[in-house]
Design a protein. Structure first.
Length: 120
């Protein structure tokens, strides 16, 4: 949710003509990340939950792409782009971990054995 606030602040300086274009797209992608996580958590099954987590991750990738477009168009200064991109990466890391964790709960026997794990 902190990422959403950061995105709203950094898009305030975008050209007014982009309010219904790129500004809106970036904001919607950012809001979609925590919204999908929350909606998935409220679902009845872990299978549904992981589907929403994947949607959240997809929105995060969409956001990163749109931020690059804003950088290329000169709407977002390089320094601010770097900060926001790092904030997005900081969201991606635990999100990927959560996806792995929920998938492991869905398929506990599908984990590949490691050198340290006992053979069955």
């Amino acid at each position: 949710m902190a990422l959403v606030s950061e995105i709203y602040k950094c898009t305030e300086t975008f050209p007014r003509r982009e309010i219904y274009g790129l500004t809106n797209q970036i904001r919607r992608a950012a809001v979609s990340v925590p919204s999908n996580i929350a909606e998935g958590k409220g679902r009845r099954s872990k299978k549904e939950y992981v589907q929403f987590l994947y949607r959240a991750r997809g929105s995060l990738h969409e956001l990163e792409t749109q931020l690059e477009i804003a950088l290329n168009l000169g709407y977002l200064p390089a320094g601010l782009f770097g900060q926001v991109r790092e904030a997005a990466s900081a969201v991606a890391r635990p999100l990927n971990g959560l996806i792995t964790s929920v998938e492991d709960q869905l398929h506990p026997d599908s984990r590949e054995p490691t050198a340290d794990s006992p053979e069955n």
